[in-house]
Design a protein. Structure first.
Lengths: 292, 767
């Protein structure tokens, strides 16, 4: 343990309003900590800069999963174990359930929260590609009220996001209109379990009369933050799925992906594997025919 | 627990290891297993001494340079800290190992990153971090050397007069007469990377010092007498003023063979200066950055064969990276040299081997000790030859295997049975090798995932190399406690591999009492004799034999002097011990090492009996290479081996499984990334070891041929399983993809780079 606990202040108000009041009173002073799976690792390594921590753990208002006819809303404090155990998510948002099962180990999944994963903002975040292709919306809370933004607009740069200093990530809303669409998610990590992804690609698509009517592609580790591959999607929309359109999509991805070299892999590898994964998805889609 | 009936055993029965045994060969439970399960086993960080304070190490931030000055920032109240530098060392500032070139604390010069310069201690360990950051060291940087090639060029001399830590020349026949007339000459270059041990428990030590008692250390370590010897030099104390006690040790794999000597000296220096007990326990980041790893290697083969694929000549050029100080590089190089020709007969062999100094943390002992490097090269090279000769790699090997009566590269005659043909047949049959190979060859054409089968054949020499065991001159034995237990007196340590259990089994078997009648004496240099280090797969064979002999000797004494009958029960045995103790004051039976007869070894020419015994093995790997992600999964694994008598089938199986899992990491996952000589992926989040998900089912088969000079017929087992997986896996990748990779760790990025360089069109492949 390289961090010194005496150098940090930790409070646990126990309810949402108190946390929001604290953030309003002293904006940017307090760092929320939920499961702590990221912050405690930084603390152990002696590189946790945040001096004041406000605990979100145990606040029931944040830990919920609500299923309605047309949407599922997940509280920011829901753990990945909660997500894995939820039958509605498993059936209607299978990519999210799959991503939740890939995060760390059971111990991590029991502490790590969906909100924490998004606010931490790692380019390699496991839940992000699935949320991107499911058109997730983020609900932010502050003493001033609530507001919603598309998840695709949430990340604004490396470890930066659209939240204001007094805001807290409250919930993630997922529309349930993808059940009939084709799903794809593949994570390429450093090993088969307990791995940080080197590249990950998620996709949902809807074909009609042999033409691509809808396609969403979400990627991790191809940019400073998890992102929709909009240019690549555009290259596919309205086209028939064939060798030519697959090639066009790959060419678009070749341009759009801007991965980096780092300790885990190389930019060239990441880009090529992303193209291979896209090809794998589109080829399977083409082979399996006209299914919606 | 198994029922171990101690009654009415006919003594003398155990003299012949081929006869049936009661306890040896049985899956008895670990001696210390219950304490470990219940959390009662005390590791060093569980232990506290009265008044104990905590130590920390300020380390070099540059790979090579002169220390110009050390500043202590005024914002710290230094009076509250104990501060130790090289100037505080009462004896010699070196860590005594084979040579004495490594300083205990850097004095005026640093030769690698993370070299210890200043030691600090304080009662509150959280205060140490801030103080460490407040020690500022000014350097005059010198150019550093990071690779074998840079060291060979000798543009910078970073060690001795020529950067050469050690070299060997081994010659059999005359290779140079062969090349011109050989039907085939095949060349290849093979490289292996560093590897971290990743024992679960990091290095840790507690030290106390007093004028009257001298130095006492408790720690996580393999070799109490290595630490003892090293402390004698640093503190300039007589032998009875240094005491080393091993605490429960959470894994070692060679990583606690030499490094604990340094850490013990550091903790003891702080204890002496502060007058208080001092604990130093590394965290994972410090342990990864600052302690030893496996030697990287570069091995070049040039091989001549006749038209039928018979080996005519092997010319091997072997180089290792030893790091900044000599530590164990000479003996690692020796074992690499002796294993590099593989288990084959060849009339002409030349091996030129060199260990080079670089400005990195010294490389050290690691399971296999040079053999995995040598075997990786020859076993990949055999598949390379098979391709060049258009031969089946299995038949190429079979046609060149060593057999009884053949001579090795050192002209050692194989006097013990060599059953490689039998092991190979079993491995082929159990893995269904040929059928699978054909099946995958057909399927691969239409699949993005390519599967393949690969094989490696190898031996591992048990015990110290050459004359090593004679120099060690180990002594070990038994005594009998007043409570009526036989105690095993050895300096050999338990660190998860089963030393306590097998030695207790041997003692119980030899004497004819129950497993529960035997206990281990603490690994405390004040209690146990120097039975040598716990390394080199020597414990079962060499120390086991000493314990067997000591048991038989004790029974013989009791018969002669204390009225022990021909047949006896455990209680009659202990009653006889009581009579013997009353007459002699104590019951102690010690034995000294005796070399097997007709052993001849010449250290100068590297000829003769390189090892008293060899363990033999065939590994078969089945892999899947995903051409979309360039990643390799080992899907199934078979290991067939002959390691002499199996003392405990559960522990033996565990050794094989663990070694293979660790070697899969060596082959495919574990990469030490150095930047300017500093390890930058020194966390388990980015130094990637395989998980249970990445390790395949491992099928283990033993053939048993008892070795009469080993404990109840045992040879060495612990290192053998680390030797074969890397080449078997790379050979399987070749079978799957047609590409022979020659370097490990083989990462997906490397396979990708090869695909790109050779313009293998992945889209076409996967379509």
């Amino acid at each position: 343990m390289r961090g010194n606990p005496d150098a940090h202040e930790l409070i646990a108000p126990g309810n949402l309003d108190s946390v929001l009041e604290l953030l309003a009173k002293e904006p940017s002073e307090w760092t929320p900590i939920a499961g702590g799976t990221e912050i405690m690792v930084a603390h152990a390594a002696g590189r946790l800069g945040a001096k004041k921590l406000v605990s979100l753990w145990g606040i029931d208002e944040l830990r919920f999963i609500k299923e309605k006819e047309a949407s599922i809303t997940i509280g920011a404090g829901a753990t990945f174990r909660d997500l894995r155990a939820h039958p509605g998510i498993g059936v209607k948002l299978p990519l999210l359930a799959m991503a939740a099962s890939w995060i760390g180990c059971i111990a991590n999944q029991s502490r790590a929260t969906l909100g924490g994963n998004l606010v931490n903002g790692s380019p390699a975040a496991d839940s992000s590609p699935a949320l991107l292709v499911y058109d997730a919306e983020i609900e932010l809370a502050s003493v001033r009220g609530r507001r919603r933004i598309p998840y695709s607009a949430f990340h604004t740069g490396y470890k930066r996001n659209a939240m204001l200093p007094d805001e807290l990530l409250f919930a993630v809303h997922l529309p349930l209109r993808f059940a009939e669409q084709r799903h794809y998610l593949r994570k390429v990590g450093t090993r088969r379990a307990m791995a940080i992804s080197k590249v990950a690609l998620a996709a949902t698509a809807w074909l009609e009369d042999g033409l691509i009517r809808e396609v969403r592609l979400g990627a991790a580790s191809l940019a400073p933050f998890p992102m929709r591959l909009v240019e690549t999607e555009v290259a596919l929309l309205g086209r028939a799925l064939n060798a030519e359109s697959i090639q066009l999509a790959c060419a678009a991805l070749q341009k759009e992906a801007k991965p980096i070299d780092d300790i885990r892999s190389t930019g060239a590898y990441r880009k090529r594997v992303a193209i291979n994964l896209l090809t794998e998805f589109l080829t399977a889609l083409a082979t399996e025919g006209q299914g919606r | 627990m198994l029922c171990l009936n101690p009654h009415a055993i006919e003594a003398g029965q155990t003299m012949n290891t081929s006869e049936k045994t009661r306890i040896v060969g049985a899956p008895v439970l670990r001696k210390e297993g219950v304490q470990k399960l219940l959390g009662q086993a005390l590791y060093v960080d569980d232990i506290s001494r009265e008044g104990m304070i905590h130590g920390a190490t300020v380390r070099s931030t540059i790979p090579r340079g002169l220390i110009r000055s050390i500043h202590y920032d005024e914002r710290i109240d230094w009076d509250a800290f104990t501060v130790v530098t090289a100037a505080d060392i009462p004896g010699k500032n070196h860590i005594q190992l084979i040579f004495a070139d490594q300083p205990c604390l850097a004095d005026g010069v640093v030769n690698h990153c993370d070299e210890a310069i200043v030691l600090l201690a304080h009662a509150d360990k959280h205060k140490l971090r801030e103080a460490m950051a407040a020690v500022r060291i000014e350097y005059e940087a010198l150019p550093a050397v990071f690779t074998i090639e840079e060291s060979e060029r000798r543009e910078q001399i970073v060690w001795g007069t020529d950067n050469l830590l050690k070299s060997f020349l081994l010659e059999k026949g005359d290779v140079d007469t062969v090349w011109a007339n050989a039907a085939h000459v095949v060349e290849g270059e093979y490289r292996t990377g560093a590897q971290e041990h990743l024992y679960i428990e990091n290095n840790g030590m507690i030290a106390e010092w007093s004028e009257a008692e001298g130095v006492t250390v408790w720690g996580s370590l393999q070799c109490p007498y290595y630490v003892h010897k090293s402390l004698l030099a640093v503190f300039d104390l007589p032998e009875n003023k240094v005491r080393v006690i091993q605490t429960e040790t959470g894994g070692a794999f060679g990583g606690k063979e030499d490094f604990p000597s340094t850490l013990a000296a550091h903790a003891a220096l702080l204890a002496m200066k502060s007058g208080k007990p001092v604990k130093m326990v590394y965290d994972r980041m410090e342990d990864l950055a600052a302690t030893t790893k496996r030697h990287p290697s570069r091995i070049r083969h040039r091989t001549a064969l006749d038209k039928n694929g018979k080996l005519l000549a092997m010319d091997i050029d072997l180089a290792t990276d030893g790091g900044a100080y000599s530590t164990l590089s000479s003996t690692v190089l020796s074992r690499a040299t002796l294993h590099s020709p593989g288990p084959y007969v060849c009339p002409n062999v030349r091996i030129r081997s060199h260990a080079w100094a670089t400005n990195t943390v010294p490389y050290g002992a690691f399971r296999g000790f040079g053999a995995p490097q040598g075997i990786f090269a020859i076993e990949c090279h055999m598949d390379e030859i098979a391709v060049a000769l258009n031969m089946d790699p299995v038949e190429l090997r079979r046609g060149n295997f060593l057999h009884d009566g053949d001579t090795t590269a050192t002209e050692q005659v194989m006097r013990e049975p060599v059953i490689l043909d039998q092991l190979l047949e079993r491995a082929l049959k159990e893995s269904d090798f040929y059928a699978k190979r054909e099946h995958y060859a057909r399927e691969n054409a239409s699949s993005a995932v390519k599967r393949g089968m690969g094989l490696a054949a190898f031996y591992h020499g048990a015990g110290f190399t050459g004359s090593g065991e004679r120099y060690l001159n180990s002594i070990a034995g038994l005594d009998v406690t007043p409570q009526g237990k036989v105690r095993v007196l050895v300096a050999n340590t338990e660190f998860g591999q089963g030393t306590n259990t097998i030695l207790s089994q041997i003692a119980a078997e030899a004497i004819g009492i129950g497993y529960e009648d035997v206990e281990m004496a603490p690994a405390d240099t004040r209690v146990v004799p120097n039975s040598g280090p716990t390394v080199a797969s020597r414990t079962s064979m060499v120390v086991g034999k000493l314990i067997e002999r000591a048991g038989l000797q004790l029974v013989a004494w009791l018969r002669e002097e204390s009225g022990l009958e021909e047949r006896y029960s455990a209680s009659e045995f202990f009653a006889a011990c009581a009579r013997y103790g009353a007459a002699h004051g104590e019951v102690v039976s010690l034995c000294r090492y005796e070399a097997p007869p007709n052993i001849y070894w010449d250290d100068k020419t590297y000829r003769g009996e390189a090892y008293p015994a060899y363990a033999w093995s065939i590994h078969v790997a089945q892999v899947a290479v995903d051409t979309n992600t360039y990643s390799v999964q080992v899907e199934d694994f078979w290991a067939v081996q002959e390691v002499g008598r199996i003392l405990n089938p559960i522990l033996a199986g565990g050794q094989i499984e663990g070694g293979i899992a660790q070697a899969i990491g060596y082959a495919l996952y574990e990469k030490v990334i150095l930047q300017d000589g500093h390890m930058v992926n020194n966390q388990m989040t980015n130094y990637i070891m395989p998980t249970a998900e990445d390790v395949p089912p491992i099928h283990i088969f033993f053939e048993e041929i008892p070795f009469q000079h080993g404990g109840f017929g045992a040879k060495g087992i612990g290192e053998l399983p680390h030797d074969g997986p890397a080449p078997a896996i790379l050979n399987a990748i070749r079978d799957a993809t047609g590409v022979g990779y020659h370097a490990i760790p083989l990462m997906p990025e490397d396979i990708f780079a090869h695909f790109i360089a050779h313009e293998i069109n992945v889209e076409t492949v996967s379509a």
